[in-house]
Design a protein around this ligand. Structure first.
Ligand code: NDP
Ligand code: 8X3
Length: 257
């Protein structure tokens, strides 16, 4: 039995990429999985695999984290054991576009800020009070190297991830003394659906992002999230920058050929 066996682990954005990899990883730990994303059919398609891997229970919920009322209603209507969340992996997020700021789309900016900043906040706001009351719990924000560095065309996405970094530090200060742990895992390039979403479904453009280099996989990130969550309760892995070996900064990437 591991420390995470039987714990309620909530993962937002579990229908793809890093979130789905976290679901698989925590399933192997014997955790109870509370999975959220807009594409409920994707979550449901994962369930049998997660059960076979060892999940102690699964609850999948359709949720758009941008919808504040829906976030409150979804979490407040959970019954036992799901309402007592032990680990929150606040991961749902996206990038839209790589345009220079002066040519950017207002709709792209709104979608990123509403999801990556406000959506993350709505989820923290409804989940953390229960953790404080129970005097235990772990919040892991999925930030990004984009929360530490800015690159051309990254403008609003980078701003949203800088905000996540500030909110991670801010929450840790605010819950200090409550027993709740607040951490962030900030990856560099990870091969998920992220680039396809960034380029509005253009797979050719998305494929070129990882050409000639080996990016991280969702599993690589999930392993660090699992490690962070499994540390003894008096230990906080406050922040982690996780890069592929081929990447040295947001813009320094070694490519073969
Ligand atoms: P994916 O596109 O593969 O996954 C994104 C997940 O977020 C999906 O499950 C999607 O589910 C969910 N999501 C997006 N918008 C919403 C919403 N409004 N409400 C609920 N869920 C939503 O990308 P990644 O796995 O790469 O991204 C996960 C996180 O990792 C993001 O926060 C991203 O910024 C961050 N990140 C990614 C990196 C990368 O290079 N891939 C690097 C650093 C950080 P659905 O569409 O079903 O709602
Ligand atoms: C995703 C990584 O470098 O595309 O957060 O911003 S990057």
């Amino acid at each position: 039995m591991t420390r995470l066996a039987g714990q309620v682990v909530c993962i937002t954005g579990a229908s793809s990429g890093i979130g789905a990899a976290c679901a698989r990883t925590f399933a192997r730990e014997g955790s109870r999985l509370l999975l959220a994303a807009r594409r409920l059919e994707r979550l449901e398609a994962l369930e049998s695999e997660l059960r076979a891997a060892g999940a102690a229970g699964i609850r999948s919920v359709a949720l758009d984290v941008r919808d504040r009322e829906a976030v409150i209603e979804t979490f407040e209507s959970l019954d036992a054991p799901w309402r007592d969340i032990d680990v929150l992996v606040n991961n749902a997020g996206l990038s839209r576009g790589l345009d220079p700021l002066h040519r950017g789309l207002h709709s792209d900016w709104e979608e990123m800020l509403d999801t990556n900043v406000k959506g993350l906040l709505w989820v923290d706001r409804v989940v953390v009070p229960g953790m404080v009351e129970r005097k235990r719990g772990t919040v892991i924000h999925i930030g990004s190297i984009a929360g530490r560095q800015v690159y051309p065309g990254g403008n609003v996405y980078c701003a949203s991830k800088h905000a996540v970094r500030a909110l991670t530090d801010g929450l840790r200060l605010d819950v200090n003394g409550s027993g709740v742990r607040v951490m962030s895992v900030d990856p560099g390039m990870v091969d998920t659906e992220f680039s396809e979403v960034r380029f509005h479904g253009d797979r050719d453009k998305a494929g070129k992002v990882y050409r000639g280099m080996q990016p991280l996989s969702g599993d690589d990130v999930a392993e660090v999230v699992r490690f962070a969550a499994s540390l003894p309760e008096h230990v906080v892995l406050a922040e982690t920058l996780l890069l592929p070996t081929d990447q040295a900064s947001a813009t320094t990437v070694h490519r073969k050929g």
